[in-house]
Design a protein around this ligand. Structure first.
Ligand code: ADP
Ligand code: MG
Length: 272
């Protein structure tokens, strides 16, 4: 099975959570699955920007990324955090390699169009291609690729990509069977209850009724995109849950929220 696992930045700040996730990733690889790990930013990106006196402005949940901000993104996402994740998986017994977009040109990007201007948000992009042959050569050798959410543009510049959208696009480009989002909440919440399943056509309704907001909106949109592209199973799971990733990867009922391509009977969606 080919699997994309997206790790929330928040999960990388706690060593024991990261070690637990890394052990589960190593187990899945040893079971013979082909894994691609994509990770986000976390507090350390924001705090590094603050330490360097760089202020951020957000438009529609996306950080306006000037050259200085982009350079910090490369340092923190492509450097510190990427190596941290690859190190944790390698220490868990499975060799992993941290990849920034430019390495073997693995992840390609184009600047995002904002208000009809390409690059209107600065160095913010979307994923336009993946060097699948290179990833396959890693899988053949039992190496887990760990991607930071960056893409290499045709202009030779690196672009910051929203990690949720990057994971969905990766799942599309590598024809993944499953996409699992490990996040800092137990799943999609309705009040304090975790929804077992949400169908793609309910997403807009949830947004309109303010049941989901902030980062969860982007995540659900990314889930929808992956389903439209033919990914069979998409799930949002709490990253702090012991063995949550293994349970999610094994399919079935599993933990967290499944995002489903078609209407799903309301009774089956009852909170767990
Ligand atoms: P990630 O780092 O996994 O991308 P985000 O912070 O971008 O996480 O998105 C998850 C956040 O979305 C949650 O921590 C929560 O604050 C927010 N959120 C808003 N509405 C909901 C909801 N209905 N269920 C769960 N989380 C929600
Ligand atoms: Mg997010």
């Amino acid at each position: 099975m080919r699997l994309v696992i997206k790790l929330a930045g928040a999960l990388l700040d706690d060593p024991s959570t990261l070690a637990s996730i890394a052990r589960q990733i190593a187990t899945l690889e040893q079971e013979g699955h082909e894994l691609l790990v994509v990770h986000g930013g976390g507090k350390i990106f924001t705090s590094t920007l603050q330490r360097m006196g760089i202020e951020s402005r957000f438009v529609g949940g996306l950080r306006v990324t000037d050259r200085e901000t982009r350079d910090v993104a490369v340092m923190v996402l492509g450097g510190l955090l990427n190596k941290r994740v690859a190190g944790a998986i390698s220490q868990a017994g499975q060799p992993a390699i941290g990849l920034c977009a430019s390495d073997a040109g693995t992840f390609l990007a184009e600047p995002m169009v904002h208000n009809e201007v390409a690059g209107g948000l600065g160095y913010v992009g979307y994923l336009t291609g993946v060097n699948v042959e290179f990833l396959e050569s890693l899988w053949r050798n039992g190496v887990v690729p760990v991607a930071s959410c960056l893409g290499l543009g045709a202009d030779g510049e690196l672009y910051n990509i929203n990690a949720d959208h990057m994971a969905a696009a990766c799942a599309e480009f590598i024809h993944a069977d499953r996409l699992i989002y490990l996040t800092d909440v137990a799943g999609v919440l309705d009040g304090r209850k975790v929804l077992k399943a949400v169908s793609a056509n309910e997403v807009e309704e949830l947004i309109r009724h303010h049941k989901v907001s902030g980062g969860m909106v982007l995540k659900l949109e990314a889930c929808k995109r992956a389903l439209d592209a033919g990914v069979q199973q998409v799930r949002i799971v709490g990253g702090g849950l012991a063995d949550g990733l293994l349970a999610a990867a094994n399919g079935g009922k599993g933990p967290g929220t499944r995002v489903l391509p078609t209407a799903y009977p309301a009774a089956a969606r009852m909170a767990s």
